[in-house]
Ligand binder design. Structure first.
Ligand code: GUN
Length: 295
C-alpha cells in the first residue's frame, strides 16, 4: 500500500511555481495576483482562505483578502465582484463557499468574469471542462488528477466510482475521470444519497473517490483488494482532548481500508494541500490569459 502524499506533491508544485515567479520578477514582469472574498467568519472557511492567501505570499504571488460581514446583502457582494472583475491588477479571484443564506450562490457564481474564475465554478468554465476545452478546472478535482498523474496510477478502462455529487468535487470529478486522456478514460459511476446497494457498486470499483463529509463512511468491506482510494472528506469532529477542540476526520475508515487498498490518500495531508497548489496553478494560468499569452 502506498500513501499518496499530497503534502509533498503540493510542495513540489509550489516550488515549480515559485521558480516561474522568480523568472517573471527577473524579467521585470508583474507577478500573478489572486483575490479572495469571504463573507462572514465561519472558522473552517476562514482557515481555508487564510491558507490560500498565505500560500500566495510564500510563492511570491500578490494576494488580496476581501472580508465582508455575515450580514452583507447579495447586492453588496455583487458590487464587490464587479469591482474585482474590472480591476486590471487582479488576475483571478474566488468567492469562498458556502455563503450566508440571504445570498443566492448561483447568482454570485454567474457574476464572476469567467476569465478570472480560478475556481472554475462559472457555468461557462464548467461547460468547457465537460467539452474537453482548455479552462480552469476546479481546484480539488484538479488536485486529484494531479495526484493520479504524478503517482502514475492507471485510469484507462478502470471503473471509477465517485461517491457524492457536490458541484465542487463529485460532479466535476465524475466528468473528468470519463474524459479522454490521462488521467481519464475511466468508466465512471456517480453515486449519491439515493443510490441503492452502494456496497455492491463500490466493491466493483478500481478507483473510489469519496466526498460526502461523513467520517468513516467508506468501510473496508466496501472495497475490493488493491483499490485506489481518494478521500476528499475533511470534517471537524469535536474533541475536548485536542488543543484546538476538534480533530479532522476523512470520509474513509483509514485504519482498516488502508490494509486492503493499493493507494490511499490520508486526511489531513492528502487531497487538502493539493487543492491550494492547484488554485495557485489556475491563478498562473489566469495571469497568462490576462496577458494574452494563452487562451
Ligand atoms: N469551499 C469549499 N471548497 C471550496 C473551493 O474550492 N472554493 C471555494 N471558493 N469555496 C470552497
Amino acid at each position: 500500500m502506498t500513501i499518496l502524499d499530497g503534502k509533498k506533491i503540493s510542495n513540489d508544485i509550489k516550488e515549480e511555481i515559485t521558480g516561474q515567479v522568480t523568472q517573471m520578477k527577473e524579467r521585470g514582469e508583474k507577478v500573478p495576483h489572486l483575490a479572495a472574498i469571504i463573507v462572514g467568519n465561519d472558522g473552517a472557511s476562514m482557515t481555508y482562505v487564510n491558507s490560500k492567501v498565505r500560500a500566495c505570499k510564500r510563492i511570491g504571488f500578490e494576494s488580496t483578502l476581501v472580508r465582508m460581514p455575515s450580514t452583507s446583502s447579495e447586492l453588496e457582494l455583487l458590487k464587490k465582484i464587479k469591482e474585482l472583475n474590472e480591476d486590471d491588477n487582479i488576475d483571478g479571484f474566488i468567492v469562498q463557499l458556502p455563503l450566508p443564506p440571504q445570498i443566492d450562490t448561483q447568482k454570485v457564481l454567474l457574476a464572476v468574469n469567467p476569465d478570472k474564475d480560478v475556481d472554475g465554478f462559472h457555468p461557462t468554465n464548467f461547460g468547457k471542462m465537460s467539452l474537453d476545452m482548455s479552462t480552469f478546472i476546479p481546484a480539488t478535482p484538479f488536485g486529484i488528477l494531479e495526484l493520479l498523474e504524478r503517482y502514475d496510477i492507471p485510469t484507462k478502462g478502470k471503473h471509477t466510482v465517485v461517491i457524492g455529487r457536490s458541484h465542487i468535487v463529485g460532479r466535476p470529478m465524475s466528468i473528468l475521470m470519463g474524459r479522454s486522456g490521462f488521467p481519464g478514460n475511466s468508466t465512471v459511476t456517480l453515486t449519491h444519497e439515493f443510490t441503492k446497494n452502494i456496497t455492491q457498486i463500490t466493491s466493483q470499483a478500481d478507483i473510489v473517490i469519496i466526498a460526502v463529509g461523513i467520517p468513516n463512511f467508506l468501510k473496508v468491506e466496501m472495497i475490493k483488494d488493491d483499490a485506489v482510494v481518494i478521500d476528499v472528506g475533511i470534517t471537524r469532529v469535536p474533541d475536548e482532548n485536542e488543543e484546538r477542540g476538534y480533530y479532522l476526520a476523512g470520509d474513509v475508515d483509514f485504519e482498516n481500508v488502508s490494509k486492503r487498498a493499493s493507494f490511499i490518500t490520508p486526511v489531513p495531508g492528502g487531497v487538502g494541500p493539493m487543492t491550494i497548489a492547484m488554485l495557485l496553478k489556475n491563478t498562473l494560468l489566469a495571469r497568462e490569459r490576462h496577458r494574452g499569452e494563452k487562451y
